[in-house]
Design a protein around this ligand. Structure first.
Ligand code: SF4
Ligand code: SF4
Length: 235
């Protein structure tokens, strides 16, 4: 059985490495927009010692345009490039297929309990609506563990400290391990796994895809998170 304690450490270390690379790459992009300007000759009243992308520049300061241009580039052209990469990742998924292990039907997790899921569904959350339409909660975590021990332990070991997860199963899975309502299964089943960073059971036919694109998918996520951070700070 795989050692998911070290798997969780591996993923954390990998994401940290990728995030550091992404932070430098984004910073390089931002610096390309930095204007050639010498504050020594500026007459605008200002007490900024070392202009940075996060500085609060006074009106009329040439660095104000730096912030606007850099942010516009990141949130438009750069994001568009990330979308292309994401599309390529999902295209690659087509090289793999479901091997009908049934584990994603036997065990699904959500950070929301059934009531919260229904509330979210009522507010128009399609994922919550579909999830609630097929998955029912396990009566206890022990039952979830007994049905799918490896996947349960993998999920538990990859959870953040203090994180609360709810465990569900689909009542439409037949005794033959196949979906009893295959033609009417919702999109969350048809499109499973929805992202390359989804935690999958080791038995899943999409595991090799996950392994092949994990680094790329983490890189996209890190860059998206960083753009959101810059947008929040200077937008
Ligand atoms: S609806 Fe079918 S495919 Fe979807 S989780 Fe249930 S059994 Fe699996
Ligand atoms: S876990 Fe993967 S291989 Fe197993 S039934 Fe779900 S999609 Fe298919």
């Amino acid at each position: 059985m795989a050692d998911y304690g070290s798997e969780s450490e591996r993923m954390e270390a990998l994401y940290k490495e990728i995030f550091t690379e992404a932070a430098q790459a984004i910073r390089n992009e931002i610096d390309k927009f930095k204007p050639e300007h010498n504050c020594k000759f500026c007459t605008i009243p200002c007490d900024i010692q070392k202009p940075d992308i996060f500085s609060v520049f006074p009106p009329g300061c040439p660095y104000g345009a730096w912030q606007i241009k850099a942010l516009s580039y990141l949130t438009n052209e750069y994001r568009a490039k990330l979308r292309v990469t994401k599309k390529a990742i999902m295209e690659k998924k087509k090289e793999y297929s479901c091997t009908k292990c049934g584990n994603c039907c036997k065990l699904a997790v959500s950070g929301f309990n059934p009531t919260q899921l229904k509330q979210r569904a009522l507010r128009g959350d399609k994922y919550a609506r579909e999830f609630s339409s097929i998955y029912v909660p396990y009566e206890s975590e022990e039952m979830a563990e007994a049905i799918c021990p490896e996947f349960y332990n993998k999920l538990k070991d990859l959870m953040d400290e203090g994180e609360r997860l709810y465990f569900y199963y689909c009542s439409k899975l037949g005794a033959d391990n196949l979906c009893s309502d295959y033609e009417n299964r919702p999109d969350i089943c048809k499109d499973f796994p929805l992202t390359a960073l989804k935690v999958l059971p080791d038995t899943c036919g999409y595991m090799p895809w996950h392994d092949a694109v994990e680094r790329q998918a983490m890189s996209v996520k890190a860059r998206e998170d960083l753009i959101a951070f810059y947008k929040d700070k200077i937008g």
